[in-house]
Design a protein around this ligand. Structure first.
Ligand SMILES: Cc1cc2nc3c(=O)[nH]c(=O)nc-3n(C[C@H](O)[C@H](O)[C@H](O)COP(=O)(O)OP(=O)(O)OC[C@H]3O[C@@H](n4cnc5c(N)ncnc54)[C@H](O)[C@@H]3O)c2cc1C
Length: 551
């Protein structure tokens, strides 16, 4: 956007009753909810780095980079001009610049670098902020962050990769590991005949005799492999002793292009800036991470950590959609009133604000559990991140759609960020454990990890005494969990209640009574209806909306 104001006096009419520019704002300092939650869970030292990132990602320049990276899509170049295979994906410069900025701010490695107690909270808040400008780049950033526990479990195989990842900067061109200033990582688990059920994998791993005890060659395929220009990938394949986890470098230790054939790029609904590919392993060089037959145990740690990114990304999308809706409603009038002063619009926006606030509180609390050093917090994190992923990602598409409608026709037009957000909104529910799979995962944790249930119950109890309906619902639910294992068919209902009660306990403790009362009434006591904007009369809409005033 130029420094000169756009012309409003056109030949046939004057442009009036349109909101001002959205960009050029600090996405962190204007978000009271995220700010309060981040500082509470992570401490005041987060203020400066989050404010710096908020300023950057809310600038016209970076918002525009986000739009460009999704308009000029990545392209696969399979062969060079002489017919030799190169299997490279070319990205628009905006994508590279966004990756550079994200890594410069340490979104990919903060928790592993800082050794500070609140670094997962910082990571999650940063990922939420960056997503507001651009979501696709957060896929490789999230995978690069999440791969670290698996690399650590990989001993001498993982060590040189860790050395480049932690503290590394974005360094896009392909090069041997030793020459890189920083690396990005991907993962390839999903195959055509089975994604959630990774034991259905058919890719085979064969020991390479005489090339060191960790060296293998892989033969097979992967049906989804995002960010295929990453420097290395965690992948699953069957070795003699069972399903095993391997690290596949793009460039082999001998300095050659590894034989990862990129067959084609997926034509996706959204997430356009990020390339997702189908690949084949043609005797591809790989190194074993951990022990043969223990592949799921190694890679599951990566999946656990990527789940934190799925909820942080989700609140990022919710926040940007809500901020756009409030901004528009504040700058446009209909029927003699600003939209934001029309009673039904106020009810819609207040209901959306409630939803966002509870989602942000939950995400930041879960992020703190990732920072926890004791077993109880780790167990809580396993249960809570799964329940949060289930619930927040289920709510997100409808949330974004409702925000889009607040803009009327302008929300449906590609110049607005709403269509891009809407296309992106279902994705976090699908990867890293689709809805049913994650709900079943929750049931397994409930039966196998009593420490997780104890920690969850303790978290709910912290809010007891303020809302009778909440207390009764929480006690009844905890009784149910204690009585008998939940049936598979009830897994979704269980996941939903887990998440909602956790949200309620946080909202009761940490938000003004107007927010807490409305949340409990509509989400726990059942006074809410099926669409946003159907709040009961007693709800203090003005008090809830006041928390969005900076939009
Ligand atoms: C944009 C995008 C990028 C991706 N990038 C990657 C990547 O980089 N690396 C990678 O490995 N994968 C990637 N994936 C794949 C993704 O992780 C899988 O699509 C996902 O895990 C689901 O696997 P699937 O597609 O095989 O579905 P399936 O496993 O066939 O599942 C289909 C449906 O059945 C449900 N289901 C499965 N099991 C059960 C059960 N026991 N009971 C009830 N319901 C069940 C699932 O919840 C789902 O709704 C990507 C996907 C997308 C969309």
């Amino acid at each position: 956007m130029s420094v000169y104001a756009p012309a409003t006096r056109l030949t046939t009419h004057e442009v009036i009753n349109q909101p001002g520019e959205f960009g050029g704002r600090n996405l962190y300092t204007t978000d009271l909810v995220l700010r309060e939650a981040s500082l509470r869970e992570g401490g005041n030292s987060l203020e400066a780095p989050l404010a710096a990132l908020g300023e950057l990602v809310g600038s016209e320049r970076v918002l525009d980079l986000g739009a460009q990276a999704n308009r000029q899509l990545p392209e696969l170049t399979t062969f060079d001009r002489y017919g030799r295979r190169i299997d490279e994906v070319r990205f628009h410069p905006a994508y590279h610049e966004l990756m550079r900025l994200a890594m410069e701010h340490g979104i990919h490695d903060l928790p592993w670098r800082a050794q500070e107690p609140s670094s997962h909270v910082a990571h999650a808040a940063m990922l939420a902020l960056f997503t507001q400008a651009e979501a696709g780049t957060m896929c490789p950033i999230n995978m690069t962050y999440a791969v670290v526990p698996a690399l650590r479990a990989g001993g001498e195989v993982g060590a040189p990769w860790l050395a480049k990842l932690v503290g590394g900067r974005y360094d896009a061109p392909l090069a041997p590991l030793a020459q890189k200033r920083g690396i990005t990582m991907g993962m390839a688990m999903t195959e055509k005949q089975g994604g959630s059920d990774v034991r259905a994998n058919t890719t085979r791993a064969h020991r390479l005799e005489g090339s060191g005890s960790h060296a293998y060659r892989l033969v097979g395929h992967k049906w989804f492999c995002s960010a295929p220009m990453s420097d290395g990938f965690l992948t699953l394949a069957y070795a003699d002793r069972g399903l095993s986890c391997f690290l596949v470098p793009r460039i082999t230790p001998a300095g050659e292009r590894n034989t990862i054939a990129i067959m084609r790029l997926k034509d996706k609904l959204g997430n356009k800036s990020n390339a997702s590919s189908e690949i084949e392993y043609h005797d591809t060089y790989a190194e074993l991470l951990g022990e043969e037959g223990r592949g799921v145990n190694v890679i599951i740690e990566m999946v656990h950590h990527t789940r934190l990114g799925t909820i942080a990304g989700t609140i990022g999308m919710m926040r940007m959609a809500l901020a756009q809706a409030v901004h528009h409603a504040s700058g446009r009038s209909a029927f003699q009133k600003k939209l934001i002063d029309q009673p039904v619009m106020r009810a819609v926006l207040a209901d959306l604000a409630l939803e966002y606030e509870a989602a942000a509180l939950l995400t930041m609390r879960v992020a703190r559990a990732f920072d926890g050093r004791d077993e109880s917090q780790r167990a809580f994190a396993r249960l809570a991140v799964a329940a949060s992923k289930y619930w927040l990602t289920k709510r997100n598409p409808n949330f974004v759609y409702e925000c889009m409608e607040c803009l009327g026709g302008a929300g449906y037009v590609e110049e607005s960020p709403l269509p891009r957000l809407f296309r992106e909104s279902p994705l976090n529910a699908i990867w890293e454990g689709s809805g049913n799979v994650i709900a079943l995962d929750i049931l397994r944790t409930l039966t196998r990890e009593p420490a997780a249930v104890t920690a969850y119950a303790a978290e709910l109890e912290l809010a007891y005494g303020a809302h009778r309906v909440f207390d009764q619902s929480a006690v009844a639910f905890l009784d149910e969990l204690a009585r008998a294992p939940i049936a598979e068919a009830e897994a979704r209902a269980c996941a939903e209640r887990l998440a909602l009660l956790l949200q309620a306990s946080l909202v009761i403790r940490h938000t003004p009574s107007a927010v807490a009362d409305a949340f409990v009434a509509t989400r726990i006591a059942g006074q809410g209806r099926q669409t946003f904007g159907t709040l009961p009369r007693a709800v203090d809409v003005s008090a809830i909306l006041a928390r969005q005033a900076a939009c």
